[in-house]
Ligand binder design. Structure first.
Ligand code: FAD
Length: 321
Protein backbone atom coordinates (compact mmCIF):
# COMPACT_ATOMS: atom_id res chain seq x y z
CA UNK A 1 0.00 0.00 0.00
CA UNK A 2 1.34 3.45 -0.85
CA UNK A 3 1.41 6.30 1.68
CA UNK A 4 1.33 10.06 1.74
CA UNK A 5 4.16 11.55 3.81
CA UNK A 6 4.73 15.16 4.87
CA UNK A 7 8.31 16.35 5.20
CA UNK A 8 8.71 19.50 7.28
CA UNK A 9 11.43 21.65 5.74
CA UNK A 10 13.85 23.50 7.97
CA UNK A 11 15.03 26.88 6.76
CA UNK A 12 18.16 28.53 8.07
CA UNK A 13 19.60 31.80 6.78
CA UNK A 14 17.18 31.73 3.88
CA UNK A 15 18.10 28.22 2.71
CA UNK A 16 16.72 24.76 3.26
CA UNK A 17 19.05 22.69 5.42
CA UNK A 18 20.47 19.50 3.90
CA UNK A 19 18.63 17.39 6.45
CA UNK A 20 15.35 18.46 4.81
CA UNK A 21 16.52 16.86 1.56
CA UNK A 22 17.60 13.76 3.46
CA UNK A 23 14.14 13.69 5.06
CA UNK A 24 12.61 13.70 1.56
CA UNK A 25 14.68 10.60 0.73
CA UNK A 26 13.45 8.95 3.93
CA UNK A 27 9.90 10.02 3.05
CA UNK A 28 10.21 8.32 -0.35
CA UNK A 29 11.00 5.02 1.34
CA UNK A 30 8.13 5.34 3.82
CA UNK A 31 5.71 6.44 1.06
CA UNK A 32 6.45 3.21 -0.82
CA UNK A 33 5.71 4.77 -4.19
CA UNK A 34 3.14 7.17 -2.77
CA UNK A 35 3.38 10.94 -2.41
CA UNK A 36 5.99 12.95 -0.51
CA UNK A 37 4.82 16.47 0.25
CA UNK A 38 7.37 19.09 1.31
CA UNK A 39 6.07 21.68 3.79
CA UNK A 40 7.71 25.09 3.96
CA UNK A 41 6.93 27.18 7.02
CA UNK A 42 8.15 30.73 7.49
CA UNK A 43 7.31 34.26 6.52
CA UNK A 44 9.21 34.48 3.24
CA UNK A 45 9.98 30.99 2.05
CA UNK A 46 8.18 30.63 -1.27
CA UNK A 47 11.48 31.07 -3.13
CA UNK A 48 12.55 27.65 -1.83
CA UNK A 49 9.79 25.57 -3.39
CA UNK A 50 11.71 24.51 -6.51
CA UNK A 51 14.77 23.31 -4.63
CA UNK A 52 12.53 21.18 -2.40
CA UNK A 53 11.00 19.63 -5.53
CA UNK A 54 14.41 19.18 -7.12
CA UNK A 55 15.38 16.90 -4.24
CA UNK A 56 12.27 14.80 -4.72
CA UNK A 57 9.21 16.47 -3.13
CA UNK A 58 6.24 15.54 -5.34
CA UNK A 59 4.35 18.59 -4.13
CA UNK A 60 5.24 21.56 -1.94
CA UNK A 61 2.95 23.33 0.51
CA UNK A 62 3.85 26.84 1.58
CA UNK A 63 2.44 28.17 4.85
CA UNK A 64 3.60 31.72 5.45
CA UNK A 65 2.83 33.79 8.53
CA UNK A 66 4.78 36.50 10.37
CA UNK A 67 4.76 34.33 13.50
CA UNK A 68 6.59 31.59 11.62
CA UNK A 69 9.56 33.80 10.80
CA UNK A 70 11.60 32.29 13.62
CA UNK A 71 10.92 28.87 15.09
CA UNK A 72 8.80 28.69 18.21
CA UNK A 73 7.25 25.51 19.50
CA UNK A 74 3.67 26.80 19.66
CA UNK A 75 3.60 28.47 16.25
CA UNK A 76 5.21 25.60 14.37
CA UNK A 77 3.15 22.97 16.10
CA UNK A 78 -0.07 24.82 15.26
CA UNK A 79 0.96 25.34 11.63
CA UNK A 80 2.05 21.72 11.08
CA UNK A 81 -1.15 20.38 12.66
CA UNK A 82 -3.28 22.62 10.44
CA UNK A 83 -1.47 21.38 7.33
CA UNK A 84 -1.90 17.86 8.69
CA UNK A 85 -5.68 18.35 9.01
CA UNK A 86 -5.94 19.48 5.41
CA UNK A 87 -3.67 16.81 3.92
CA UNK A 88 -4.55 13.90 6.18
CA UNK A 89 -1.23 12.14 5.51
CA UNK A 90 0.02 8.77 6.74
CA UNK A 91 3.26 10.16 8.10
CA UNK A 92 5.42 13.14 8.97
CA UNK A 93 9.21 13.35 8.94
CA UNK A 94 11.49 16.06 10.32
CA UNK A 95 15.23 16.46 10.84
CA UNK A 96 16.55 15.43 14.25
CA UNK A 97 17.69 19.00 14.82
CA UNK A 98 16.95 21.39 17.67
CA UNK A 99 13.61 22.06 15.95
CA UNK A 100 12.79 18.41 15.22
CA UNK A 101 13.77 17.31 18.72
CA UNK A 102 11.46 19.95 20.15
CA UNK A 103 8.37 19.76 17.98
CA UNK A 104 8.62 16.08 16.93
CA UNK A 105 7.50 14.58 20.26
CA UNK A 106 4.71 17.15 20.59
CA UNK A 107 3.39 16.31 17.13
CA UNK A 108 3.55 12.59 17.88
CA UNK A 109 1.58 13.14 21.07
CA UNK A 110 -1.07 15.25 19.32
CA UNK A 111 -1.33 12.71 16.49
CA UNK A 112 -1.54 9.80 18.94
CA UNK A 113 1.48 8.26 17.23
CA UNK A 114 4.75 6.81 18.41
CA UNK A 115 7.89 8.73 17.50
CA UNK A 116 10.87 7.20 15.73
CA UNK A 117 13.39 9.72 16.95
CA UNK A 118 16.98 10.11 15.75
CA UNK A 119 16.63 7.53 12.98
CA UNK A 120 19.79 6.82 10.98
CA UNK A 121 18.15 4.68 8.32
CA UNK A 122 14.77 3.49 7.15
CA UNK A 123 13.69 0.49 5.12
CA UNK A 124 10.46 -1.26 4.28
CA UNK A 125 9.23 -4.62 5.45
CA UNK A 126 6.27 -5.16 3.16
CA UNK A 127 4.30 -1.94 3.68
CA UNK A 128 5.71 -1.23 7.13
CA UNK A 129 8.54 1.22 7.73
CA UNK A 130 11.42 -0.04 9.88
CA UNK A 131 13.64 2.64 11.40
CA UNK A 132 17.12 2.04 12.77
CA UNK A 133 18.11 4.25 15.69
CA UNK A 134 21.03 4.35 18.10
CA UNK A 135 20.48 3.47 21.75
CA UNK A 136 22.68 3.43 24.88
CA UNK A 137 24.59 6.53 23.68
CA UNK A 138 25.37 4.94 20.32
CA UNK A 139 26.69 1.62 21.71
CA UNK A 140 23.91 -0.34 20.01
CA UNK A 141 21.26 0.10 17.36
CA UNK A 142 17.65 -0.94 17.48
CA UNK A 143 15.27 -1.51 14.62
CA UNK A 144 11.68 -0.47 15.19
CA UNK A 145 8.73 -1.15 12.97
CA UNK A 146 5.68 1.08 12.66
CA UNK A 147 2.92 -1.49 12.43
CA UNK A 148 -0.06 0.82 12.57
CA UNK A 149 -1.07 4.45 12.82
CA UNK A 150 0.78 7.52 11.68
CA UNK A 151 4.50 7.25 10.95
CA UNK A 152 6.18 10.06 12.85
CA UNK A 153 9.97 10.29 12.68
CA UNK A 154 12.96 12.56 13.10
CA UNK A 155 16.09 11.65 11.15
CA UNK A 156 19.67 12.30 12.19
CA UNK A 157 21.48 14.67 9.80
CA UNK A 158 24.15 13.20 7.50
CA UNK A 159 22.98 9.59 7.61
CA UNK A 160 20.29 9.05 4.99
CA UNK A 161 21.57 10.08 1.57
CA UNK A 162 19.54 12.78 -0.18
CA UNK A 163 18.38 12.00 -3.71
CA UNK A 164 20.32 13.51 -6.56
CA UNK A 165 19.14 17.04 -7.34
CA UNK A 166 17.27 17.52 -10.62
CA UNK A 167 17.91 21.23 -11.26
CA UNK A 168 15.33 21.37 -14.05
CA UNK A 169 12.37 20.44 -11.86
CA UNK A 170 9.69 22.99 -10.98
CA UNK A 171 7.58 22.53 -7.87
CA UNK A 172 3.87 21.83 -7.84
CA UNK A 173 3.00 24.44 -5.20
CA UNK A 174 -0.06 25.10 -3.09
CA UNK A 175 -0.44 27.55 -0.23
CA UNK A 176 -2.15 27.10 3.09
CA UNK A 177 -3.34 30.04 5.20
CA UNK A 178 -2.52 29.12 8.78
CA UNK A 179 -4.12 30.66 11.83
CA UNK A 180 -1.60 31.14 14.63
CA UNK A 181 -2.91 32.17 18.03
CA UNK A 182 -2.33 32.17 21.79
CA UNK A 183 1.44 32.06 21.49
CA UNK A 184 3.15 31.67 24.84
CA UNK A 185 6.52 32.74 23.44
CA UNK A 186 7.40 35.48 21.00
CA UNK A 187 10.92 35.84 19.59
CA UNK A 188 11.89 39.51 19.58
CA UNK A 189 15.39 39.20 18.21
CA UNK A 190 17.87 36.52 17.26
CA UNK A 191 21.50 37.10 18.14
CA UNK A 192 23.77 34.72 16.29
CA UNK A 193 27.30 33.82 17.19
CA UNK A 194 29.84 33.76 14.37
CA UNK A 195 30.54 30.07 13.87
CA UNK A 196 32.80 30.16 10.84
CA UNK A 197 30.18 29.24 8.28
CA UNK A 198 29.94 25.43 8.19
CA UNK A 199 27.13 24.00 10.30
CA UNK A 200 28.64 21.49 12.73
CA UNK A 201 25.74 19.04 12.63
CA UNK A 202 25.79 18.88 8.82
CA UNK A 203 29.57 19.18 8.22
CA UNK A 204 31.26 16.44 6.20
CA UNK A 205 34.58 17.09 7.92
CA UNK A 206 34.98 17.99 11.60
CA UNK A 207 38.23 18.92 13.30
CA UNK A 208 37.53 18.61 17.02
CA UNK A 209 39.85 19.63 19.83
CA UNK A 210 39.97 18.70 23.47
CA UNK A 211 41.60 19.81 26.65
CA UNK A 212 44.93 18.70 25.14
CA UNK A 213 44.76 21.75 22.84
CA UNK A 214 45.47 23.76 25.99
CA UNK A 215 44.20 27.24 25.02
CA UNK A 216 41.88 29.34 22.84
CA UNK A 217 44.84 30.17 20.60
CA UNK A 218 45.61 26.45 20.35
CA UNK A 219 42.36 26.07 18.38
CA UNK A 220 43.63 28.28 15.54
CA UNK A 221 45.58 25.46 13.80
CA UNK A 222 42.44 23.29 14.06
CA UNK A 223 40.45 26.06 12.35
CA UNK A 224 43.08 26.20 9.60
CA UNK A 225 42.79 22.47 8.96
CA UNK A 226 38.99 22.71 8.99
CA UNK A 227 39.06 25.63 6.52
CA UNK A 228 41.43 23.73 4.25
CA UNK A 229 39.07 20.74 4.13
CA UNK A 230 35.84 22.77 3.99
CA UNK A 231 34.88 21.52 7.43
CA UNK A 232 33.88 22.80 10.85
CA UNK A 233 35.63 22.95 14.21
CA UNK A 234 34.15 21.04 17.13
CA UNK A 235 35.22 20.45 20.72
CA UNK A 236 35.00 18.15 23.69
CA UNK A 237 33.30 19.33 26.84
CA UNK A 238 36.72 19.41 28.45
CA UNK A 239 37.75 22.12 26.00
CA UNK A 240 34.49 24.03 26.47
CA UNK A 241 34.67 23.82 30.26
CA UNK A 242 38.22 25.18 30.10
CA UNK A 243 36.84 28.11 28.06
CA UNK A 244 38.96 27.32 25.01
CA UNK A 245 35.83 27.54 22.87
CA UNK A 246 32.12 28.10 22.90
CA UNK A 247 29.66 25.47 24.19
CA UNK A 248 27.96 25.69 20.78
CA UNK A 249 30.87 23.57 19.49
CA UNK A 250 30.51 20.82 22.08
CA UNK A 251 30.11 17.32 20.67
CA UNK A 252 28.80 14.44 22.73
CA UNK A 253 26.03 13.20 24.93
CA UNK A 254 25.15 16.67 26.17
CA UNK A 255 26.35 18.45 23.03
CA UNK A 256 25.78 17.88 19.34
CA UNK A 257 25.59 14.47 17.74
CA UNK A 258 27.53 14.40 14.49
CA UNK A 259 28.17 11.88 11.73
CA UNK A 260 30.68 13.44 9.35
CA UNK A 261 32.61 11.53 6.69
CA UNK A 262 35.85 12.47 8.45
CA UNK A 263 36.32 13.31 12.16
CA UNK A 264 39.61 14.46 13.65
CA UNK A 265 39.82 14.04 17.43
CA UNK A 266 42.79 16.12 18.52
CA UNK A 267 43.89 16.08 22.16
CA UNK A 268 40.62 14.39 23.13
CA UNK A 269 40.79 11.41 25.50
CA UNK A 270 37.63 9.70 24.19
CA UNK A 271 35.38 9.66 27.25
CA UNK A 272 32.16 7.71 26.73
CA UNK A 273 30.13 10.93 26.78
CA UNK A 274 32.22 12.32 23.92
CA UNK A 275 32.02 9.07 21.93
CA UNK A 276 28.22 9.23 22.20
CA UNK A 277 28.31 12.23 19.89
CA UNK A 278 30.82 11.15 17.27
CA UNK A 279 31.52 7.42 17.25
CA UNK A 280 29.33 6.87 14.19
CA UNK A 281 31.51 9.16 12.08
CA UNK A 282 32.56 7.34 8.94
CA UNK A 283 36.34 7.75 9.36
CA UNK A 284 37.92 8.82 12.67
CA UNK A 285 41.47 10.11 12.95
CA UNK A 286 42.84 10.58 16.47
CA UNK A 287 45.94 12.46 17.56
CA UNK A 288 46.89 11.94 21.19
CA UNK A 289 50.15 11.69 23.07
CA UNK A 290 48.80 8.92 25.32
CA UNK A 291 48.80 5.56 23.48
CA UNK A 292 46.28 4.23 26.02
CA UNK A 293 43.72 6.98 25.34
CA UNK A 294 40.30 5.37 24.77
CA UNK A 295 39.79 7.43 21.59
CA UNK A 296 42.14 4.98 19.84
CA UNK A 297 39.59 2.20 20.38
CA UNK A 298 37.16 3.88 17.98
CA UNK A 299 39.72 5.53 15.69
CA UNK A 300 40.34 4.22 12.17
CA UNK A 301 43.71 6.00 12.10
CA UNK A 302 45.64 6.89 15.23
CA UNK A 303 48.71 9.05 15.58
CA UNK A 304 50.49 8.87 18.94
CA UNK A 305 52.40 12.07 19.58
CA UNK A 306 52.30 15.74 20.43
CA UNK A 307 49.49 17.48 18.57
CA UNK A 308 51.47 20.72 18.40
CA UNK A 309 54.11 18.94 16.33
CA UNK A 310 51.85 16.71 14.27
CA UNK A 311 49.03 19.08 13.32
CA UNK A 312 51.15 21.63 11.38
CA UNK A 313 52.85 18.82 9.44
CA UNK A 314 49.51 17.18 8.65
CA UNK A 315 47.96 20.45 7.50
CA UNK A 316 50.97 21.26 5.33
CA UNK A 317 50.95 17.82 3.71
CA UNK A 318 47.23 18.10 2.96
CA UNK A 319 47.70 21.61 1.56
CA UNK A 320 50.29 20.27 -0.85
CA UNK A 321 48.15 17.42 -2.16
P1 FAD B 1 40.73 15.07 28.85
O1 FAD B 1 40.00 13.88 29.32
O2 FAD B 1 41.48 15.86 29.85
O3 FAD B 1 41.72 14.59 27.70
C1 FAD B 1 42.69 15.36 27.12
C2 FAD B 1 43.50 14.48 26.20
O4 FAD B 1 44.45 15.25 25.52
C3 FAD B 1 44.25 13.37 26.94
O5 FAD B 1 43.91 12.11 26.37
C4 FAD B 1 45.71 13.71 26.70
O6 FAD B 1 46.52 12.54 26.55
C5 FAD B 1 45.65 14.49 25.42
N1 FAD B 1 46.75 15.45 25.27
C6 FAD B 1 47.20 16.37 26.18
N2 FAD B 1 48.20 17.10 25.66
C7 FAD B 1 48.39 16.63 24.39
C8 FAD B 1 49.29 16.97 23.35
N3 FAD B 1 50.19 17.96 23.50
N4 FAD B 1 49.24 16.28 22.19
C9 FAD B 1 48.35 15.27 22.03
N5 FAD B 1 47.47 14.90 22.99
C10 FAD B 1 47.48 15.58 24.16
N6 FAD B 1 32.27 15.34 27.23
C11 FAD B 1 32.16 15.65 25.93
O7 FAD B 1 33.15 15.77 25.21
N7 FAD B 1 30.90 15.85 25.40
C12 FAD B 1 29.77 15.73 26.12
O8 FAD B 1 28.67 15.95 25.58
C13 FAD B 1 29.88 15.39 27.50
N8 FAD B 1 28.77 15.22 28.26
C14 FAD B 1 28.93 14.83 29.55
C15 FAD B 1 27.80 14.56 30.33
C16 FAD B 1 27.93 14.12 31.63
C17 FAD B 1 26.69 13.84 32.44
C18 FAD B 1 29.21 13.96 32.18
C19 FAD B 1 29.37 13.46 33.60
C20 FAD B 1 30.34 14.21 31.44
C21 FAD B 1 30.22 14.67 30.12
N9 FAD B 1 31.34 14.95 29.34
C22 FAD B 1 31.18 15.23 28.01
C23 FAD B 1 32.70 15.00 29.93
C24 FAD B 1 33.54 13.77 29.69
O9 FAD B 1 33.31 12.81 30.69
C25 FAD B 1 35.05 14.13 29.68
O10 FAD B 1 35.36 14.77 30.90
C26 FAD B 1 35.46 15.06 28.55
O11 FAD B 1 35.01 14.55 27.31
C27 FAD B 1 36.97 15.18 28.54
O12 FAD B 1 37.37 16.09 27.56
P2 FAD B 1 38.80 15.92 26.89
O13 FAD B 1 38.91 14.57 26.26
O14 FAD B 1 39.00 17.11 26.03
O15 FAD B 1 39.78 16.11 28.12
Amino acid sequence: MTKKVLVIGEVRDGELRNVSFEAIAAGKTVANGGEVVGVLLGDNVSGLTDVFAQYGADRVIVAEHPDLKTYTTDAYQQAILQVFDIENPDGVILGHTAMGKDVGPRLAMKLQAGLMSDAVSVELDGDDAIFTRPIYSGKAFEKKKVKEGIVCATIRPNNIAALEQDPTKKADVSTVAVDIKDLRTVIKDVVQKATGGVDLSEANVIVAGGRGVKSKEGFQPLQELADLLGGAVGASRGACDADYCDYGLQIGQTGKVVTPDLYFAIGISGAIQHLAGMSNSKVIVAINKDPEAPIFEVADYGIVGDLFEILPILTEELRNL
